[in-house]
Design a protein around this ligand. Structure first.
Ligand SMILES: Nc1nc2c(ncn2[C@@H]2O[C@H](COP(=O)(O)OP(=O)(O)OP(=O)(O)O)[C@@H](O)[C@H]2O)c(=O)[nH]1
Length: 327
């Protein structure tokens, strides 16, 4: 059952930011799974050519999903975001909220300014809050390596310090102090698997334009914004089945060699011995793999492997991945 607002109320939009692998998709899934009876539209933007996140967002019949690939919401596909928001703006009586998951490399300010530039968007949709998911394991290295990671924390209204299960309490104190130093005003919550009561993240009216302008007086102006050229992503696709043991050994080797330059890999694999799709995730050195749903009868089985990092050599990855094919 939807509890949508009156047709005149503006639809609240929550922007979810956070560096690569921090837990944004996990948060979106958590929100969609909650028994809240709300009708929520989800917009997912991914840096690579193929949207793995879009495939991993578990849809129910209350949610609808719009995906943007091959560009970042904060720059190349910002026009698409405006168009999508315009499409949604007529739904004020029907939608309870909009969730926007940005790429892990998004600069938050240009995404926020989108809500204040187009008249149609402004009048029907209200930017409710910037929620930033912080990876408690990797925050310090992320801040060191990426100015986007710094801006995501500095610009947020709500910070979820996530992956609490993986760090000691003393580390959490340091993480909180770092977050506070970058953003004294944000509301901070600790989470594992981004589990948070919806009342802390949706419909909270936390975005304060005046306060944001104090932090960044130019944020509504057109940004001359560039991503670090050395950071890139690519996707490798393979139709033959993958030998997961070989893959694990190979990736482990690469991760050791590349160290902090390998930010994130993820994939959906067609693997030997499994009737299910295998979902693979790695955030820096930490990897997980799990069988997901069964391949459908009419579905073409294939693997898609996304790699994101700094100064990576695509050819090396393509060659290595090909060697993981079942021989
Ligand atoms: N142990 C642990 N793992 C987590 C937690 N939150 C998320 N993860 C795992 O971390 C990995 C990355 O999570 P995602 O939700 O895909 O992260 P993301 O921010 O959407 O990643 P990108 O879209 O690549 O930026 C997945 O394997 C999650 O299952 C947590 O609190 N604890």
């Amino acid at each position: 059952m939807s509890v949508a607002q009156s047709p005149n109320a503006r639809i609240p939009a929550t922007v979810i930011t956070g560096f690569l692998g921090s837990g944004k998709t996990t948060l979106v899934n958590h929100i969609l799974h909650k028994e809240h009876g709300k009708k929520i539209a989800v917009i997912v933007n991914e840096f690579g050519e193929i949207n793995i996140d879009g495939q991993l967002v578990v849809q129910d019949d209350q949610a609808e999903l719009v995906e943007f690939n091959n560009g970042c919401l904060c720059c190349t596909v910002r026009g698409d975001l405006i168009e999508t928001l315009k499409d949604l703006q007529g739904r004020a009586g029907d939608l309870d909220g909009i969730l926007i998951e940005t790429t892990g490399l998004a600069d938050p300010a240009p995404v926020a300014s989108t809500f204040f530039v187009a008249d149609e968007v402004k009048s029907a949709i209200q930017l409710d809050a910037f929620v930033t998911v912080v990876d408690a394991v990797n925050l310090m290295i992320n801040l060191e390596q990426s100015h986007e990671a710094v801006e995501q924390v500095a610009f947020s209204d709500v910070v979820l310090i996530n992956k609490v299960d993986l760090v000691e309490p003393s580390v959490l104190e340091q993480i909180e102090a770092k977050v506070r130093a970058l953003n004294p005003l944000a509301l901070i919550h600790y989470t594992t698997n981004a589990e948070i009561d919806l009342e802390h993240v949706i419909g909270i009216g936390a975005f304060d334009l005046v306060q944001k302008l104090e932090v960044d007086p130019k944020f509504l102006e057109d940004h001359d914004h560039e991503h670090d050229d050395e950071v890139g992503s690519f996707i490798i696709e393979e139709s033959r089945p993958i030998d997961l043991n070989r893959f694990n050994l190979w990736l482990n080797d690469i991760a050791q060699n590349l160290g902090n330059d390998l930010y994130r890999t993820k994939g959906i694999f067609h693997a030997r011995g499994f009737q299910e799709r295998i979902v693979f995730q790695s955030v820096r050195m930490l990897t997980t793999m799990r069988p997901e749903r069964l391949w459908a009868e009419d579905e073409t089985r294939s693997s898609q492997f996304v790699v994101i990092g700094k100064n990576l050599n695509r050819a090396d990855f393509v060659r290595g991945f090909a060697e993981c094919v079942v021989s």
